[in-house]
Design a protein around this ligand. Structure first.
Ligand code: F6P
Length: 346
């Protein structure tokens, strides 16, 4: 009888998820496994929500954004007897191994369940690109391109109205998307969560731009950037099941910073939150290809019985790394990468 492999996608969606699903399912079936999709992240195994996946179900889906398996931020360790219920449901479904596609939170759950005896293989995912032990996660490149295109467009309207345009970009703990899209889209200032940037210096430099005749500015700020002076404007009310403040719901850093800049410089300011536009829609080529390669590698790990590992990209090679290497700490923008780009600020 064919061994059954379960598959789930958890956390925020990312363009490229369907490419992983297609590759896992197609390769898995060709290698003699049966594939079972668990719906809505960890909610699927928790509540026994499944769908059978055949090659026809995933044909061509790598071109679509989102995830056909749906997603959620369910944390089974916050549910009474959550892990036990998962083991029970996997047994009912006769699941041999689970392929978990997700970021730090989803993979953290996978690792804990692995320690409790479950066969798991991880696939790293997040548009934020902050999962450790892999050079890239899929979804990041698409997000950067969407932001770059938007920044290109914002230059003309900001310039026409002689305004400061503050653009809030996703990145709760790491400023990868802000940094790369800011560089590519010609932002005049980029603020990231990893490093402080004195707001008086920012305002001074903006005033200098105006005095020098460049009477507009584009300021990119990652949603996780912090400065005490902005706290009074910000308001968040909710936390998710993993204890993170829901930054995409509330009054965020973009709005606060635009207000501060206008007050301190006298320059008319507007803010724009790129938000979920960065996660939606069709993946760019890089993410379709990376997702495909990660999916193929995941099945290779299942075949070799390399459980407790995650697929990863190093240079142009796909590798396996222990899940424990990827978890706990996030991959941050190195100080020198941020410093070197400051010559373009102003
Ligand atoms: O998945 C990462 C991420 O895109 C973060 O950059 C952002 O803070 C968060 O998801 C938003 O999540 P949600 O869609 O649940 O509000």
């Amino acid at each position: 009888m064919a061994k059954r492999i379960g598959l789930l996608t958890g956390g925020g969606d990312a363009p490229g998820l369907n490419a992983v699903i297609r590759a896992v399912v197609t390769s898995g079936i060709q290698k003699g496994y049966e594939m079972v999709g668990f719906l809505r992240g960890w909610k699927g195994p928790l509540e026994g929500q499944t769908v059978t996946l055949g090659i026809k179900d995933v044909y061509d889906i790598h071109r679509q954004g989102g995830t056909i398996l749906k997603s959620s931020r369910t944390n089974p360790f916050k549910v009474e007897n959550g892990p036990e219920k998962i083991f029970e449901n996997l047994q009912k479904q006769d699941i041999y191994c689970l392929v978990a596609i997700g970021g730090d939170d989803t993979l953290g759950v996978a690792q804990k369940l692995h320690e409790m005896g479950m066969r798991v293989v991880g696939v790293p995912k997040t548009i934020d690109n902050d999962v450790n032990a892999t050079d890239f996660t899929f979804g990041f490149d698409t997000a950067v391109n969407i932001d770059m295109e938007s920044l290109d467009r914002l230059h003309t309207t900001a310039s026409s109205h002689e305004r400061v345009m503050v653009v809030e970009i996703m990145g709760r703990n790491a400023g990868w998307i802000a940094l790369n899209s800011g560089i590519a889209g010609g932002a005049h200032f980029i603020l990231v969560p990893e490093y402080p940037f004195p707001l008086d210096e920012l305002c001074e430099k903006i005033k200098k731009r105006y005095e020098g005749g460049e009477r507009y500015a584009i300021v990119v700020v990652a949603e996780g950037f912090k400065d005490e002076a902005l706290d009074k404007y910000m308001k968040f009310e909710e936390k998710d099941a993993f204890g993170h403040v829901v930054l995409s719901k509330g009054m965020g850093i973009g709005q606060a910073l635009a207000k501060h800049i206008e007050e301190e410089t006298g320059c008319e300011s507007r803010y724009m939150v790129m938000g979920h536009l960065q996660r939606g829609g069709t993946p760019f080529a890089f993410d379709r290809v990376l997702g495909t390669r990660f999916g193929l590698k995941a099945i290779e790990l299942v075949e070799k019985e390399e459980f407790g590992y995650m697929v990863s990209l190093r240079g142009d090679e796909s590798f396996k790394v222990p899940l424990t290497d990827a978890l706990g700490t996030l991959k941050k923008v190195p100080a020198e990468r941020y410093e070197e780009i400051k010559i373009f600020f102003g």
